[in-house]
Design a protein. Structure first.
Length: 513
């Protein structure tokens, strides 16, 4: 098998520097690692690779984010680029006039043809009326309405006379026979652009725009994802109603902040008391006096001699010690953090480190090239494992008072063993769901440890008496609690006041006045 000539380490290092200057962190990290593998004696290559490793581990999953909506699912009739002419025309101040009429209920009991009724109602409301030159009055009718404001009165009169009105100014209205031709001729059309937040996904934009277009049968609605604008063009009544619908549909989702506290308490105490009695007595021969300096054990200045002549022996004797020691220590640790999450959207909190785990490495003889004889070892590949506490919380908001939390807690540590040099990860997982009031604490999990040890040292027989032996009592008490407390940041949509608007029928839209 013929091997391709490897790229020299120096060239790999230069390519890595170019990639780093261009902002390509992942590519720079891989090239630095390859340069270090090609020339292991050059510590500069390895140092640059280690310096970029943390940043590369964070960017490896974020440089190419997945599209939130597949391309084949996007409605191409909704999305596009808004022309500059349309955007400029929509930005022009074209507010339709609003009638200024004194609020309050009115009673109407009138007779006459449609033209006469419009004149009488306009006079009662202190308005001026202007008719279409081709306006055709109806036969005499009786118009009676009690306890109605001016909007209800005008809408009822439109239905009774088969007419429609268009405000011209604050005190002037224009009335024409209600027909498709007349509405097209006299009903004003406007174009408006509505900005939307960058955080709104393509899927949500498509659903909102489709709902508005289908509900109101808009002439034109276009979403420009580059400028973050929605363009609408239609009659004034439809556009105004569409603006209110979009305002509700694009309102920010309910948001909740979750306080996460980890409480740790450790209490340690040690008690030592009793009598230190020697448990070993050396026996030394005093016959060869020249060697006593090296033969006498340290710590035994006194000996009990017995025998004589060639059998003169000494038994080492030390003093007993009476003692009593007490020590006690306590420590408390509080870790406070806050997680912000949208209603129904999970939020993750990681407390710990990222540990690299090798997933692929070259084992065996190193391939060499026939031409240069250089040795090339492919660099290993690895992933980063989250060690410590990984907390995933999904909130569900119920009004102003209660919040449900779906909690997935995972605790990972390096185990004592390994498989083929890869350490074993010890994993503890906890899954639960809790519902509580806003501002209340919920105990996610708790761990209590208690250790007690008694150590006795003394001579056989005498150690049965407590004060003729050495006693050591050790106690350790520990407690760890993980608690959560949610509080609202943005209210849910159900807490906002609802509104109503006269829209008319599909062919006869109510005027906006």
């Amino acid at each position: 098998m013929a091997w391709a000539a490897p790229v020299p380490a120096e060239q790999l290092f230069k390519d890595a520097q170019k990639a780093e200057r261009a902002g390509q962190i992942l590519r720079a990290y891989v090239l630095y690692a390859e340069a270090a593998a090609a020339d292991p004696s050059n510590f500069t290559y390895w140092e640059r690779a280690q310096a970029l490793r943390p940043t590369a581990s964070l960017l490896k999953d974020s440089e190419h984010p997945a599209n939130d909506l597949p391309a084949d699912k996007i409605d191409r009739t909704l999305f596009g680029s808004i022309a500059d002419q349309d955007a400029d025309r929509a930005r022009k101040p074209l507010p339709p006039p609003q009638l200024k009429v004194a609020p309050g209920p009115h009673d109407s009991d009138l007779r006459g043809d449609s033209k006469s009724l419009w004149e009488q109602v306009a006079s009662a409301l202190h308005l001026l009326v202007l008719f279409d030159t081709q306006y055709q009055p109806t036969k005499t009718i009786h118009f009676q309405l009690n306890d109605a404001d001016y909007r209800e009165t005008l809408i009822a009169l439109e239905a009774a006379t088969n007419s429609f009105l268009t405000p011209v100014s604050e005190r002037l209205i224009f009335v024409a026979n209600d027909s498709t031709q007349k509405r097209t001729e006299f009903d004003a059309n406007v174009a408006v652009v509505i900005p939307f937040s960058e955080t709104v996904s393509v899927q949500e934009l498509q659903e909102v725009a489709t709902a508005v277009r289908g509900t109101l049968d808009m002439q034109k609605i276009m979403v420009d994802t580059q400028r973050h604008l929605i363009l609408m063009r239609d009659r004034v009544t439809k556009v105004r109603l569409a603006e209110k619908i979009l305002e509700d549909l694009l309102r920010p989702h309910a948001q909740v902040a979750i306080d996460v506290d980890i409480l740790t308490t450790d209490v340690t105490s040690n008690l030592s008391y009793g009598l230190n009695v020697p448990t070993a007595f050396p026996l030394v021969s005093f016959v060869a006096r020249n060697y006593l300096t090296s033969a006498i054990p340290a710590g035994f200045p006194t000996f009990l001699a017995f025998g004589g002549g060639a059998s003169l022996l000494g038994l080492g004797v030390t003093s007993a010690q009476l003692f009593a020691n007490v020590s006690k220590s306590s420590s408390e640790t509080v870790l406070s953090s806050e997680v912000v999450a949208l209603n129904g959207q999970p939020a993750t909190l990681h407390i710990g480190d990222k540990y690299p785990l090798v997933t692929n490495t070259y084992i065996g003889g190193s391939p060499t090239t026939a031409s240069s004889g250089q040795v090339y070892t492919p660099p290993p590949t690895f992933t980063f494992e989250d060690l410590g506490l990984v907390l995933k919380v999904t909130p569900w908001i119920h009004g102003l008072d209660e919040v449900s939390l779906e909690v997935d807690a995972e605790f990972k540590l390096l185990g004592a063993g390994n498989v083929d040099g890869i350490p074993i990860i010890s994993n503890t997982k906890y899954t639960s769901k809790v519902r509580l009031r806003t501002g209340e604490w919920a105990v996610l999990s708790g761990l209590m440890t208690k250790t007690e040890a008694i150590t006795i040292t003394g001579m056989p027989g005498l150690s049965l008496i407590p004060f003729l032996r050495s006693n050591t009592v050790s106690k350790e008490d520990g407690a760890t609690l993980i608690v959560l407390k949610p509080h609202l940041l943005i209210l849910p949509p159900t807490e906002f006041p609802t509104w109503r608007a006269w829209s008319g029928t599909e062919t006869r839209w109510a005027a906006s006045f």
